[in-house]
Design a protein around this ligand. Structure first.
Ligand code: HDD
Length: 715
């Protein structure tokens, strides 16, 4: 009891193996077992089992008699199996997680005393879980939805969680409304339909009734809600937090994650198809990238407003349905996160990880954001029904610094604490709780005044300005996608009250948008803008303003289509070039068994064994398509409906497409668009994202390879 906890912390932290960044992994290693197929199977109580295939029963060669309850081995297996499932998360049930490292390149000590945000020599281990919100654990990845972006920092001062999303605002302002919005967006109660979609009456009825949701539904109808990859989306803390520095000064803060690969989305038709073709698309994408060493990275930024400036804006900075426009409050990028290790087992790590907005370390604090305060109750509470009272002890949730307190017992407790007392103060020289100087979490004094009432500041009542700001700031294609998304969603609502009212509501934002949608979904076409558009725009709302840090095709999936008689020189050169750029080439053949190049003897072993065949994988799984020439190969592909569909679909989804030699003819046939220019010689021509080269000479081969490497410059 008399041990000095502060000193203990420092010593334990120093002595952890694996260095700073390996600290959490080293900690997990203490509970990780590697099971070898050579190990003998035992019961849970360690006894080797002699037979794991047959239940003990009364039987003979000619008679199979009743089974015996006495077989505790068999009962143990069934008993364990019966209880494998735990309740899935009530929201964000489907997710994928990975480990990584957070590094700080600029100290934020002017605004906070948090070690993780001030000590540039540290590498803080993190665990990140990405998720969809609406669907259940087995739903598809590419549905139209908000994505969760939850980060757990295992800092030397304890765990800090930023439980964020890929969209910077939220549907509601007050956490008391959370059960309603979640009930409304989840499958309807009478028939549990639809799964993982907001395209139904109840959701659109809810957001119509809650004008505060207007800004958020503009974001969820935008391309942000159908990301290409978890690795290509921004993350936001969404809520307003407080940073406190050593002088005790408070600053309001919003947290940002900006991906190195840029922000990219699928197109809706792709998203719909992938949901059926590969429901695990995002999960696999993250896994594959990490396994291939293409570690995803995000810059970490803060937007900071000094406490004294809280009321200087025309919106309330504590309102989670509002962004802090970056033109007003620039993002200061101070750190970087890299994800570099996949989980060893999904359930104990990704499923059992428990994030809580109230997990904060000294220097980071709650603001009076009414959504945040309710959240901080909810996250703690929900872990009880998911994981039980001792959820903090689960290896993935345990901090890397020592834990010492008198919380005891409860179901599933497995820490064994030695000592005679379990209360404080006590007769054994118990030290008092630490002071701020010793690293304690002390709430900075804060003057609170007001009347006790169920109300919020007047600025919370304005719900449209930023919805218009967002719409005005989008590019034309993004606006078109938005209109298409509303039209899809409202078409799925069969109660006229819902789609008619919503058609009207859109006229509060933009008349053109409202008219396009109303016409398509059969709502009354609004004649005039019901709320004048202020005409303002802001930067960094359109995702086109987040290109990759540097152009790259690293980790992108490139399909190379071949049939017998393909041009092997081009095929091999392009494949090698794609690999050299750290992208992933996939050979797609007319069949998966060997395909032979032009002039080959067709003896087994002389051809190429494709990774997939045209029916097994569709164009939706790839970022770009390349077709090498070869007269016989192109003849076969030209006659294949599936091959033509592949190319047309890739073209329709705006993929980069390239081809050489006879492939030019295949493209003319597939795209049949007179506007598309194609090459007629050994010069590369790019038109509508299709790059062609009709003749390949040794010199031009080099150019083909460059084009292949740059993914036609379109990725
Ligand atoms: Fe929440 C999970 C993000 C509002 C209550 N939320 C959850 C997760 C994320 C978010 C990323 C998944 C964490 C994981 O991977 O385990 N939630 C948000 C954001 C919000 C938000 C960005 C708005 C700023 N949430 C919110 C409110 C409440 C909740 C207002 C309740 C008052 N959220 C929960 C929850 C969940 C959850 C029910 C389900 C599983 C869990 O917490 O651990 O407690």
């Amino acid at each position: 009891m008399s041990s000095n906890i502060i000193q203990d912390t420092a010593e334990k932290v120093k002595s952890m193996v694996g260095g700073e960044k390996g600290r959490k992994i080293a900690d997990l290693d203490t509970v990780t077992q590697t099971v070898s197929p050579k190990d003998r199977i035992t019961s849970d109580f360690g006894v080797k089992m002699g037979n794991v295939d047959e239940w003990l029963r009364v039987a003979s060669n000619d008679k199979t008699g009743p089974m015996l309850l006495e077989d505790s081995f068999a009962r143990e297996r069934i008993h364990r199996f019966d209880h494998e499932r735990i309740p899935e998360r009530v929201v964000h049930a489907r997710g994928a997680g990975a480990f990584g490292t957070f590094r700080l390149f600029e100290s934020a000590e002017d605004v906070t005393m948090a070690g993780v945000l001030t000590d540039t020599s540290r590498e803080t281990p993190v665990f990140v879980r990405f998720s969809t919100v609406q669907g259940s654990r087995g739903s598809a990845d590419t549905v139209r939805d908000v994505r969760g972006f939850a980060v757990k920092f295992y800092t030397q001062e304890g765990n800090w969680d930023i439980v964020g999303n890929n969209i910077p605002v939220f549907f509601i302002q007050d956490s008391i409304k959370f059960p309603d919005i979640v009930h409304a967006v989840k499958p309807e109660p009478h028939n549990e339909v639809p799964q993982a979609q907001s395209a139904h009456n109840n959701f659109w009825d809810f957001v119509y009734m809650h004008t505060e949701a207007t800004h958020m539904f503009m974001w969820t109808m935008s391309d942000r809600a159908i990301p290409r990859s978890y690795r290509m989306m921004q993350g936001f803390g969404v809520n307003t937090f407080v940073l406190v520095n050593k002088k005790g000064e408070r600053h309001y803060v919003k947290f940002h994650w900006t991906p190195e690969l840029g922000v990219h989305s699928l197109v809706w038709d792709e998203a719909l198809k992938i949901a059926g073709q590969d429901p695990d698309f995002h999960r696999k994408d993250l896994w594959e990238a990490i396994e291939n060493g293409a570690y995803p990275k995000w810059k970490f930024g803060i937007q900071v407003i000094p406490e004294a400036r809280e009321h200087d804006f025309d919106f309330d900075i504590l309102d989670a349905t509002k962004v802090w426009p970056e033109d007003l409050i620039p993002v200061r990028y101070i750190g970087e996160m890299e994800l570099n290790r996949n989980v060893d087992e999904y359930f104990p790590q990704t499923e059992q990880v428990a994030f809580c907005t109230s997990h904060m370390v000294p220097g980071i604090a709650h603001s009076d954001d009414p959504l945040l305060q309710g959240r901080s109750f909810s996250y703690f509470d929900t872990q009880l029904s998911r994981l039980g009272i001792n959820w903090q002890e689960l290896p993935i949730n345990k901090p890397v610094c020592p834990v010492m307190n008198f919380n005891r017992d409860g179901q599933g407790r497995h820490t064994i604490t030695k000592g005679q007392v379990n209360y404080w103060p006590n007769r054994f020289e118990a030290r008092p709780p630490a002071s701020a100087q010793e690293g304690a979490y002390i709430e900075p004094p804060f003057n609170v005044q007001g009347i006790k009432a169920r109300t919020k500041s007047a600025k919370f009542r304005e719900h449209y300005n930023q919805a218009q700001l967002f719409f005005n700031s989008l590019s034309e294609p993004e606006k078109n996608h938005l209109a298409a998304a509303f039209s899809f969603e409202l078409d799925h609502c069969d109660d006229p009250v819902v789609y008619e009212r919503m058609s009207q509501r859109l006229a509060d934002i933009d008349l053109g948008l409202a008219q396009t949608v109303a016409e398509l979904v059969g709502g009354p076409k609004p004649e005039k803008q019901t709320r004048p558009n202020h005409g303002k725009k802001a930067s960094k709302l359109s995702q086109l303003e987040f290109p990759p840090a540097k152009p790259t095709i690293a980790s992108r999936r490139i399909a190379i289509i071949i049939a017998d008689g393909f041009d092997n020189t081009v095929y091999s050169a392009v494949k090698a070039a794609v690999k050299a750029s750290s992208a992933l080439p996939f050979t797609i053949g007319v069949r998966r068994s060997e395909v032979f190049p032009a002039g080959a003897s067709k003896t087994p072993g002389s051809g190429v064994k494709p990774d997939h065949h045209l029916e097994g994988m569709r164009s939706t799984m790839f970022d770009a398509v390349f077709v090498p020439g070869g007269a016989e190969s192109i003849k076969t592909l030209s006659k294949s409906g599936r091959a033509l569909h592949w190319l047309r679909e890739a073209f329709g989804h705006l993929k980069a497409i390239g081809g050489t030699g006879e492939a030019v003819e295949l493209f003319k046939l597939a795209f049949a668009l007179p506007e598309i220019q194609v090459s007629t010689n050994d010069q590369a021509v790019e038109s509508y994202g299709v790059v062609t080269m009709a003749h390949v000479s040794p010199d031009s081969l080099k150019e083909t390879v460059t084009i292949a490497k740059e993914g036609a410059g379109l990725l």
